[in-house]
Every structure is written in C-alpha cells, then in structure tokens.
Design a protein around this ligand. Structure first.
Ligand code: ADP
Ligand code: CDP
Length: 217
C-alpha cells in the first residue's frame, strides 16, 4: 500500500480536528493538530510576555502524544485542556502571525510529515507545510453552524461562552488568519473543498476516506 500524507485546512471550528482524528484512526495514520501547537506557544507567551518570540521558541520543549486524540505537553506539563480556554483563543491569531513562531513550527511539522503516514490539520498545511501532500482537503461550514458547534464543544469542556460572542470571535479570527502576511489561510489550488454545513461527522469522514482510498491504491 502507498504511504500518503493528508492535509486538512479551513477556518475555525469547521470540524477539521474531529474529522482528521477519525480519518487517521481508520487508516492507522498519525494525527497532528497543528492549531494545538500555536495554542501551546500562545500559552508560553502569555506566561512570559517580556520574552521575545525568538527567545521564547528557543526555550520551549513541545511534545505531542497520540493518545485517543492528541495530548500536548509544554516543558513536561500536560496543557491539553488549558489551551482551549478563552484567553488562549483570543490571543492565538496574533501569536500565529509572528514570523519566528511560524518558522519554528513549520520546520517541526515538516519533520513530522517527512516519512508520510500523517493526517495534519491547520491553516497552511496544504499551502506551506506539505505542499506535496497526496490529498488536500479544504473544509468549510457556515459561521452560524460553526458557532453552534463550538458552543456545544465549550459547554462540554466547562468553558463559558455565548452564541453571539462565538460568531464574533470566529469571524474575527478567520479575518486575522486570512489576512496575515505570512502563509495566510487559503485554499491550496489542488485542495478539494468540502462544505460540512448540514453534514454529519460520519458523512464527512466517509467522503474523505473514499478520496484517501483512491490515493492509497
Ligand atoms: N460535520 C459535522 N457535523 C456536526 N458537528 C461537527 C461536524 N464536524 C465537527 N463537528 C463538531 O464541531 C465541533 C468543532 O469541530 P473541531 O473538529 O474542533 O473543528 P476545527 O478543528 O475545525 O476547529 C466539534 O465539537 C465537532 O464534534
Ligand atoms: N497551521 C495552523 C494552525 C493554526 N493556526 C493558528 O492557530 C489558531 C488556532 O487553531 P485551531 O485549529 O486550534 O483553532 P480552532 O478552529 O480549533 O479554534 C488559528 O486561529 C490560527 O491563528 C495557524 O496559524 N496555522
């Protein structure tokens, strides 16, 4: 069987991580949520605001553990749940726009995908991190549906939020991510766009698995 990489990009709360995790499980591939890496550096920045980004990325030790999803360790501490909180979400697009941060993480992500067999989700995976990925998906959904999904997500995690606040947050984050100077969020020319509005998680997973099977032949 061929070994392939799958890149899944798209705006906030489109369902990328959920689907990427399922696809990776079904195909016994490694799942990498790159948003969690930007969130981890955002936490490090909020804890050390006087430190330059260059120095900050030089100091931190970031580990991703595949364990029914992905756990994130920053300097040995498990920060998987902490990085979903509102202060991180509010600051992550700013941190992700910094050149030193992007250079550091893109290099790390490229190392992770070098031997193939990875399903990686983010904003610049198909355009910058793995431009030669065998399968590229650009996942979208209406902002209303995405806010409703994140509202449920947050409630399950005990994070306080409202629908209106989430529509505003998601729209602002998409705008920042799409207009930043370095590798902004955009659909790679050869990516297949899937609008998940009104689709179940199973349906979207099935569609991507069918596309992946073609590449694995
Ligand atoms: N097709 C879908 N239909 C309904 N809910 C979905 C669908 N895809 C994902 N979700 C839900 O939406 C929420 C946000 O998905 P997530 O994977 O975190 O998005 P992203 O990684 O794009 O930010 C999750 O709670 C997930 O269960
Ligand atoms: N490859 C990536 C992944 C995330 N990011 C940044 O990290 C933020 C958080 O990503 P995420 O995937 O956790 O976001 P959610 O859609 O899950 O809320 C995004 O809003 C981007 O600013 C990025 O710049 N490049």
């Amino acid at each position: 069987m061929n070994k392939i990489n799958i890149a899944i990009d798209g705006p906030a709360a489109a369902g990328k991580s959920t689907i990427a995790k399922r696809v990776a499980e079904a195909l016994r591939m490694v799942y990498v949520d790159t948003g969690a890496m930007y969130r981890a550096i955002t936490l490090a920045h909020l804890n050390n605001q006087e430190t330059s980004f260059k120095e900050l990325v030089g100091q931190l030790e970031l580990r991703l553990i595949n364990d029914d999803g992905q756990r994130v360790l920053l300097n040995g501490e498990d920060i998987t749940d902490r990085i979903r909180e509102n202060d991180i979400t509010e600051n992550v697009s700013f941190v992700a726009s910094q050149q030193e941060v992007r250079e550091f993480l893109v290099q790390l992500q490229q190392l992770m995908t070098r031997d193939k067999g990875v399903v990686m989700d983010g904003r610049d995976i198909g355009t910058t991190v793995i431009p030669d990925a065998e399968l590229k998906i650009y996942m979208i959904a209406s902002v209303e549906e995405r806010a409703n999904r994140r509202l449920l997500d947050n409630a399950a995690r005990g994070i306080v939020s409202t629908y209106d606040q989430l529509v505003a947050d998601i729209s602002e984050r998409d705008h920042l991510d799409m207009t930043r100077d370095i590798s902004p969020l955009s659909k790679a020319e050869d990516a297949i766009q899937i609008d998940t509005t009104g689709l179940t998680i199973d349906k979207v997973t099935e569609r991507i698995l069918a596309l992946a099977e073609e590449k694995l032949q």
